[in-house]
Ligand binder design. Structure first.
Ligand code: FCB
Length: 459
């Protein structure tokens, strides 16, 4: 029997032995987003966001759930900061709610800003680095009423918000990220309609994405000038596509086009200053209106690139250039129905390293999985999550061994929370939340990560 078993230490959730991911300068963190945890949607002058409107529209969100209360983090933030510090992570990734901090007149809402000042200061006091995302999908509804991300003016509004909030929070943030997963905002929000604002037009996604990325570019000079000590980045989602039948040229083409629209669409724009021509083979006639100078703004250098990875897609061609995702017999899936595929994570990271000459250092800003976790005798045995994370840590280790420069890893998520169109039914947290009582309980995965981080810190 091992010593750990004898004294009942939790099994460590850790990267491989001798991995550089164990070094002190590798940043370990946990992530959340404002609308998913804060609740208090009408407190202290917060304005309605597109997610409030979307949730109030019958049939859009599972069980009619909304972020009205969520994890009540707006009121319980001190408890949550203690949890973060107790986990022993180096860093916390949060997002700032635009509708909380900017009023209808375009000026700062002091009460909303003060919430983030208190939160960031307390995290700093506890020695936790702060990674702040400016836009994790909660667009003020009044801007959507003027066209949202289809309106070029929204990019300028975003840059103005970035300017004002980075001035107000100067010195409190380790790293600023402009956008979280602009692909999701654009495609799910404006073409497929499964996310707020729920618009569905085949041409909209490309124009919305262009304005999102333009907003990112326009915000850069202000972030640099206002908070020169902080890093600047953007967070993108990435997806691996593989053919259902590797012997079929049509399926291989489908898998290739899937990655063009998931990855190259955003990364070519950010890193090479152009949209991939092949995108318009997939979606003819959707070219966005791009003005002179836009692509230079969009492709300014970044201090790091945030990457969110969850799963792999198996693609079946429809015979033309379209495709559908299909399940792979015998594969492992999560509560989301997402295939567990750590090798795909390595392949993507190594692929970007080979493709983009100017790829910045990478921070994994999200990775994790949902499971139907239940509390039994005060314990949550989330064994699939432990196994999932352990394999994905190893996948990143393998990418690093192949030469990819990865600087940090944030697990999604600190807490079970509002999982967008799936409401509260899907649990991604390292920490379980009882939504009736708001009691937080560490799952076994949280205890495993804590055990690793404590040992690394020599405690
Ligand atoms: C990502 C989102 C995050 C969370 C995870 C599961 O796409 O950025 O807010 O919902 O998926």
């Amino acid at each position: 029997m091992t010593l750990a078993a004898l004294i009942k230490l939790p099994t460590q959730l850790a990267p491989p032995v001798n991995s550089p991911m164990r070094d002190r300068d590798f940043t370990w963190g946990v992530a959340t987003a404002s609308y998913q945890i804060e609740g208090a949607t009408d407190a202290d002058g917060r304005l309605p966001s597109i997610w409030d409107t979307y949730c109030a529209t019958p049939g859009k969100v599972l069980n009619g759930d909304s972020g009205d209360v969520a994890c009540d983090h707006y009121h319980r933030w001190e408890l949550d900061v203690n949890l973060i510090a107790d986990l022993g992570v180096d860093a916390y990734r949060l997002s700032i709610a635009w509708p909380r901090v900017i009023g209808l007149d375009g000026q700062l809402n002091t009460k909303g800003v003060d919430f983030y000042k208190r939160l960031l200061d307390r995290l700093g006091d506890k020695g936790v680095q702060r990674y702040a995302t400016l836009y994790h999908w909660d667009l003020p509804q009044h801007l959507e009423d003027r066209g949202g991300w289809l309106n070029r003016d929204t990019a300028y509004r975003f840059a103005d918000y970035a300017d004002k909030i980075s001035r107000a929070l100067q010195g409190r943030v380790t790293a600023w990220s402009t956008l979280n997963e602009p692909w999701c905002s654009a495609y799910l929000g404006y073409t497929n309609g499964r996310h707020a604002p729920g618009r569905t037009h085949p041409r909209y996604a490309a124009q919305a994405l262009h304005h999102l990325l333009l907003g990112h570019g326009l915000a850069q000079p202000a972030l640099k000038a206002n908070d020169p000590g902080a890093q600047r980045s953007i967070v993108v989602n990435i997806g691996r596509g593989v053919p259902e039948d590797p012997g079929s040229a049509a399926d291989r083409d489908a898998a290739h086009l899937f990655e063009v629209q998931q990855n190259a669409w955003v990364l070519d724009a950010l890193l090479d200053g152009r949209y991939p021509d092949e995108l318009f083979r997939l979606w003819p006639g959707t070219e966005p209106l791009v003005l002179e100078g836009d692509m230079d703004l969009i492709s300014q250098p970044l201090d790091h690139l945030g990457i969110n990875y969850y799963y792999r897609n198996t693609l079946r061609s429809d015979g033309a250039h379209g495709f559908t995702s299909v399940n792979r017999p015998g594969a492992e899936y999560t509560q989301m129905g997402w295939e567990v595929a750590p090798d795909a994570f390595t392949e993507l990271l190594v692929g970007f390293h080979q493709r983009y000459a100017n790829l910045p250092p990478i921070v994994i800003t999200e990775n994790g999985m949902a499971s139907a976790d239940v509390v039994v005798n005060g314990e949550i045995k989330d064994t699939q999550r432990i196994s999932y994370l352990q394999r994905h840590f190893a996948a990143v280790h393998n990418a690093m061994a192949a030469g990819v420069d990865v600087r940090g890893y944030f697990v999604w998520s600190l807490l079970d929370n509002f999982e967008w169109a799936y409401g509260y039914e899907r649990r991604f947290g390292l920490v379980h939340v009882d939504y009736e009582t708001q009691v937080r309980t560490l799952k076994h995965s949280a205890q495993g990560l804590q055990a690793f981080l404590r040992e690394r810190a020599g405690r």
